[in-house]
Ligand binder design. Sequence first.
Ligand code: HXC
Length: 510
Amino acid sequence: MQHILDELEKRREQARKGGGDRRIASQHAKGKLTARERIDLLLDEGSFEEFDMFVEHRATEFGMAEQKIPGDGVVTGWGTVNGRVVFVFSKDFTVFGGSLSGAHAKKIVKLYEQAAKVGSPVIGLFDAGGARIQEGVEALAGYADIFLANTLYSGVIPQIAVIMGPCAGGDVYSPAIMDFIFMVKDTSYMYVTGPDVVKTVTNEDVSHEELGGYRVHALKSGVAEGAFENDLEALTQVRRLIDFLPLSNREKPPVRESFDDPDRQEPSLDSLVPANPNKPYDMKELIYKIVDEADFFEISKDWAKNIVCGFARMDGEPIGIVANQPQVLAGVLDIDAARKAARFVRFCDAYNIPIVTLVDVPGFMPGTKQEQGALIKHGAKLLFAYAEATVPKITLITRKAYGGAYDVMSSKHIRGDFNYAWPTAEIAVMGAKGAVEIIFRADLNDPEAIAAREAEYKQRFANPFVAASLGYIDDVIMPHGTRRRIVRALKSLKGKQLSNPWKKHDNIPL
Ligand code: HXC
């Protein structure tokens, strides 16, 4: 009997070694942890249980019959994050560069099916060189099987990708379908085709970093929702994110005991909005001051900064916040802002997370660049996302809500449940100056007349009371009492039931 137990331990030990000491040392020398070290940091201590540790590839060509490493380049299994069950796969770069074989793919698909059955998130840690070149179509088939699982379980279980090394070729599309992508600064990069292919096709000389490093994806393309300094910080932050999310679409978001007074008043908010309507202020100050313990997990912090999205709690209940940021481009809605917020709103709606929208928006961004870039379709994404969302929706207009952007930003008309405004709100088709220059074009040569018209327009529309008199604003509230009012609104909406007409699926303007 003992020798059988010894054999098991020996095999386990061999599997845990992955590609061996030399490759592990090389992984560490690059500032990267191994697949198993990462899992240990992500999960609660001692909670990881591995599946398929002894799976091997079945390829025979190019000398592969003689090269078999148990686990075949991906570590899969489940464990807990603060006591809640999650499923994990972690690519092992020390084994054939983490590349994907048919057997490797089957392990991931099996994990997905189990996670979906149980109703638990999947977290994927990526560090791999794409399709296993020696396997050919088996690897391509394996990718497609994973993409199918990613797609079928999108909106069923949260899926989080962390890019912790190379992520090339077939590997990029799985994260792209998942809900959030985080990168590790300086050690990770993502691209469809690498620098060599780029050189051949376009004759461009470009490094891995320039082509797909975090500066490209977390700052410019928006492909990644964030970037962290190192493996440890990335994994710690994913743990923090998981705490805000329900484990599946079958659950309500996790309520945590709050030690922050739900009635807490914030007198400083009464002077947050500057007297001059063209002066910026920091919308994040409002967020930090109204949420529990100033705890805000921001999504895409460094991309499309004119809109702020992220998770927080109000009296212990998770919420998603979408807020125009007057400090960046005056908070205007442009293509990137619309894409960022639309995806976030849809995530919240899929997972029963109430949405709090903070509005200070001068409209949509004008210009040829935006129009040629399909602002119409991209802007419509955000409109569509808000309109179809059935979770509790609370809106607060702090200052400007102009034009189409007023409609889009969770207005009453697209089923906002509680629509509040501060006394400083201005709800109009456009700013007074622009409005007067159009409707009183004949007076343009008479500065006095124009000034009088402008004052008249401001008096009529630069306040929340016209909208409130029509019932489009439910109440005009004092800034210092904002936290209390939103907490109360969320409580009253707990039993909200609303569904959309039956359909196979919608046709969001992609
Ligand atoms: C098999 C691979 C591999 C791959 C790396 N390795 N990529 N083995 N298939 N795709 C192996 C190497 O042979 C090496 O083995 C080990 O992994 C480490 O690789 P290095 O090149 O030494 O590492 P590094 O210098 O850090 O470079 C990493 C890399 C590079 C940039 C990822 O390995 C690379 O360019 N790989 C190929 C990337 C690629 O073109 N993949 C195919 C994409 S096409 P040893 O034994 O020496 O440790 C694709 C199509 C799918 O994915 C489309 C589906 C939609």
